[in-house]
Design a protein around this ligand. Sequence first.
Ligand SMILES: CC(C)(COP(=O)(O)OP(=O)(O)OC[C@H]1O[C@@H](n2cnc3c(N)ncnc32)[C@H](O)[C@@H]1OP(=O)(O)O)[C@@H](O)C(=O)NCCC(=O)NCCS
Length: 461
Amino acid sequence: MTDPTQVQDHSRARDPFVDWVRQATPYIHAHRGRTFVICFGGEAVADPGFAHLIHDIALLHGLGVRVILVHGARPQIEARLRERHSELRYVNGLRITDGTALACVKEAAGVVRVEIEALLSMGLADSPMAGVRIPVVSGNFVTARPIGVLDGVDYRQTGVVRRVDRQSLMQRLDAGAVVLMPPLGYSPTGEVFNLSAADVARSAAIALKADKLIFLTEEPGVRDAAGALVSNVLSGEVESLLAAPPGPAPHEAAGRPVGFTEDLAQALRAGADACIHGVQRVHLIDRHRDGALLRELYTRDGSGTLITGQSYEGLRPARAEDVTGVLELLRPLEERGVLVRRSRERLESEIDRFFLMERDGLVIACAALYPYPDQGMGELASVAVHADYRGGRRGDKLLEHIQTIARTRGLRRLFVLTTQTAHWFQERGFVPAPRESLPPEKQVLYNERRNSLVFINDLGA
Ligand SMILES: CC(C)(COP(=O)(O)OP(=O)(O)OC[C@H]1O[C@@H](n2cnc3c(N)ncnc32)[C@H](O)[C@@H]1OP(=O)(O)O)[C@@H](O)C(=O)NCCC(=O)NCCS
């Protein structure tokens, strides 16, 4: 007789390729017909691996994504200026575009355009582009105006986006073309303006109500002090993140906090603004990682930093009216001794320490942060995900959110007391610590009978 368990094991022999296709399929369906604005710098164009990136973008087009490419051209512009024994001048972080610089911008934009068009026109039988025909269009889609004179400095032909011709862009996308947008804009006076690619991408994404705005960055995404990727940032947190960057000794340099390059800061700001104006998701992806774009879009985990306007499933600070919902979530865990019991009165007075996730009016996850500013510490408490909603990394999202909030409040370490969840915290960078490392007022309250283990997480802030 056949052993049924053996039959089952055999049928589940894993084929990584088949697994991958199965994992990607929901994303392929979800992204088809969606509009993605993808922005990269001129550095990406100059990279020998640029063809791989463009071919990945061609693959997106093949999978039915409506693609708008926005490119920068700084290295190409600077190279041309050097040939003319000139250079870009910056005042207060803003470049001044004089006549020579503008001539170089136009040349560089033209050359980059031709290179991208050539790569998107490839069709060699043994290349990923075999049998593909992708129309590419460019044009006067962006109306710009000069930045003007600021503090007595005339920025000449450096401009900002005034509006984007949505209708023309839509027509080109509807016709199946990839739209290519250089960092240039035109004014009703017939002038040409040098723009930042991030500004063009942000404005195009907003005008098109794009589903995604993607920045392929020179930096490996937004990293915390330990070098770990910050996978989710809320648009409302971006400014505080830029003002208080992660790192052991934040200090100011050239008027900007150390920790973020100007390009990354620009992408974060443009991304946050796009979110505020209705773009659902903004991704910051390290363009140096081969295939990072595909991984971000077609796998569960992604590989970059996601900026969202709305909290993850309504992740938000708790309010007085949430007390009952939070109690309902915590009670079963308190009864099992996983969490310390909190009375309704105590929860009412401490509800402003809680953050929660909500789905259809039900509180499905929560966590609390109790700051001890004198010690630069914060207690992470009451981490809980409703039993029906586990397995969706909601615990990780809550933890990341609390870590971000703690950093923005200037805290350097988080501690947690736990009896049954030690490994979950350890797997997320918490390390065992003696009771004496707790803030003194917390040591006094330590419950000997409960005998909780203490773990500390260095926030590097
Ligand atoms: C810990 C918790 C918040 C995580 O919720 P989640 O993000 O939905 O994640 P899951 O429950 O799916 O668990 C994610 C991973 O952590 C593991 N995990 C869950 N509970 C764990 C525990 N008590 N100890 C160690 N690992 C645990 C899971 O096995 C899973 O790992 P795997 O994917 O490698 O198998 C949730 O399990 C929970 O609410 N637990 C009860 C409350 C609790 O213990 N809170 C901490 C109090 S100090």
